[in-house]
Design a binder for this molecule. Sequence first.
Ligand code: AMP
Length: 187
Amino acid sequence: MTKRMASNGDQNGDLKDLVRTIPDHPKPGIMFRDISTLMLEGEAFGAAIDRLASLLDGDRPDLIAGIEARGFVFASALAYKLGCGVLMLRKRGKLPGTTISIEYALEYGTDMLEMHDDACGPGANVVLVDDLIATGGTAMAAVELLRGRGARVEQALFVIDLPELGGAERLREAEMGVHALMAFDGE
Ligand code: AMP
């Protein structure tokens, strides 16, 4: 099985057709894959959640960790479907309690992710969710943050993979199972 097939990158064309591409956002040269157009279609949004859930291996996770902000949308719907809780990984300064944080590089710029330091206990089975993986900087930071609290983080789900930017590969090198509904290869 090729890596592309393993990430389901060539499937889900019905959903892929609903992702809008906005060239040169937020800066020249970036092809922004805008998932909000898929989210507006109820049936397609539901199908995306069902198909993401079906990609998960193993037992029901304890928590779905979503990355602010688009990751929250998919993480919360998925958690409802699976019957587990939602852990918020937020941008700098948004969480009210005591937090732990990590700085990371983006496809464009740098940023910081934070979580409440008591959001998950050691050994918690946590699945990471975001709308898109590009360089993997954000997702790797999330994995490090969660593993730093002793969580068992072995799988990540994305709606979109940009395989040319190598993020999914980076996560696999960190012993993560990586699943995405679709891939965009420089289109
Ligand atoms: P990265 O850390 O490079 O994997 O970037 C992933 C994060 O940045 C995700 O939270 C995405 O929502 C956002 N992102 C990065 N590149 C794009 C892109 N080309 N289109 C839409 N969102 C993007």
